[in-house]
Write a protein that binds this ligand. Structure first.
Ligand code: C6P
Length: 417
């Protein structure tokens, strides 16, 4: 289709054919066409190792955890806690107790807002977010601010979607108590300089909450190096199951935080005279958790490690550049989000065609994208568009699939001419 297809790959070789065999859904046909799955920002596909790990748990090892003396319960507890440890290593937490299992990024951020936030935020305090946050990293802070009489400040971006560090710095003062910031934007792909943001926020005494939903699937993450106070991510966006996610928190902060949900597992001792709470992480894990989910997430992390996070980042960078260059050839196509440092997210509009119509045409070609506001309405407002088409890539996507996308977009142009 395009001369770009002849461009030599500069990224380190990863064995795409093998990788694609590991993800059965990628070999499905959709609408009688070869599936090209570009909706990885919404959720990623699962490798067989994840599917088998969860199947094995339910078929041979299923039991509740932390409460049984019988063999299966002890095995399940061991597996779940081993998963916690593996996740801790993956993000380089100092201790396993800094890893809290939650349902996903949304729950992780709400946990911080409701527990840390309600204890530490008061009238007149300020919470700083960026203009390109997902609603999950805006609304919990607005709810907290409304309850406490605090204010949410917004760090601006430029017309490429780049985070304006100097402008962010100007917003900070002794009133800043929380900086809640995304590692990478889900609608534009912009990567934010978390380490520098955290250092600056700490100079002003603010704690730093990172929404890592779109960071961890694409970038190596070292929470100690970033020196963030909290880091949240979702299992299903990193090739693991839905319904399980992670909140990393610095131990000293977690120890000082009250529980936000009450129930079994999170207590030390309960009586009608009063209840005492377990230390972290159990203090924040009331009730029976998604045990198979934790085990599946461990398998996903092992899978990602087996490919290598540096290899993934390099391969995806090459593929994203290829996609940008190929898409720019299409008449009327406007890329939304062209920051220098991006994860594999390519957002665009095409002439006056509504993104939903484009999404529908692409679907008839077996191409799965997301068309909409991506739960980032303030970002859409900034670019003065109601919605975009978003192709969010993963390491199993290929240049051939990008070529198929380009062909389908030419077709959309013809249909709507
Ligand atoms: N973004 C997307 O299509 P949950 O739903 O809790 O797993 O993740 C929420 C979330 C938080 N932050 C960012 C940056 C995200 O991208 C998401 C989820 C999906 O972009 C669904 S809206």
């Amino acid at each position: 289709m395009t001369a770009l297809a002849d461009r030599p790959a500069t990224a380190p070789i990863i064995d795409i054919a093998k990788i694609r065999r590991d993800f059965p859904v990628l070999n499905e046909k959709v609408r009688d066409k070869k599936l090209a799955y570009f909706d990885n920002g919404a959720t990623t596909q699962k490798p067989l190792t994840v599917i088998y790990a969860m199947q094995r748990f339910y078929a041979a090892e299923n039991a509740n955890i932390h409460r049984g003396v019988h063999f299966l319960s002890q095995q399940a507890t061991f597996a779940y806690e081993r998963a916690r440890g593996r996740i801790g290593q993956f993000v380089n937490a100092a201790e396993n107790a800094e890893i809290i299992f939650v349902r996903g990024t949304t729950e992780a951020i709400n946990l911080v807002a409701q527990s840390y936030g309600r204890r530490h935020i008061g009238a007149g305090d300020e919470i700083v977010v960026s203009h390109i946050e997902h609603h999950s990293n805006i609304v919990p802070w607005q709810m907290l601010a409304e309850e406490k009489g605090a204010t949410v400040k917004v760090a601006p971006i430029d017309e490429t979607g780049e985070f304006l560090f100097d402008e962010f710095e100007k917003l900070l003062s002794e009133r800043s108590k929380i900086v809640a910031i995304t590692h990478a934007s889900n609608s534009l792909g912009t990567i934010l300089p978390i380490k520098e943001i955290a250092a600056k926020a700490h100079e002003h005494g603010a704690v730093v909450v990172v929404d890592g939903a779109q960071g961890v699937p694409h970038l190596p993450v070292d929470v100690q190096d970033l020196d963030c106070d909290f880091y949240a991510f979702s299992g299903h966006k990193i090739f693991g199951p839905t319904g399980v996610g992670v909140l990393y928190g610095k131990k000293a902060l977690l120890q000082d935080m009250p529980p936000w949900e009450g129930g079994g597992s999170m207590i030390e001792r309960v009586s009608f005279a009063g209840t005492t709470y377990a230390p972290p992480p159990m203090r924040f894990e009331a009730g029976t958790p998604h045990i198979a989910g934790g085990i599946g997430l461990e398998a996903a992390i092992d899978y990602v490690n087996s490919i290598g996070r540096e290899n993934i980042a390099a391969y995806e960078k090459d593929l994203t550049t290829y996609a940008h260059e190929a898409l720019q050839e299409i008449p009327g196509l406007r890329l939304i989000g062209t920051a220098r440092n991006k994860v594999a997210v390519v957002s665009f509009t095409l002439g006056e065609i509504h993104p939903h119509d484009i999404g529908t045409i692409l679907d008839t070609e077996g191409i799965a994208v997301r068309a909409g506001h991506h739960c980032a309405q303030p970002t859409m407002q900034f670019f003065q568009v109601p919605a975009t088409v978003r192709a969010s890539l993963a390491f199993y996507n290929t240049r051939d699939e990008i070529d198929a996308l380009v062909r389908a977009l030419h077709k959309a142009n013809e249909v709507f001419q």
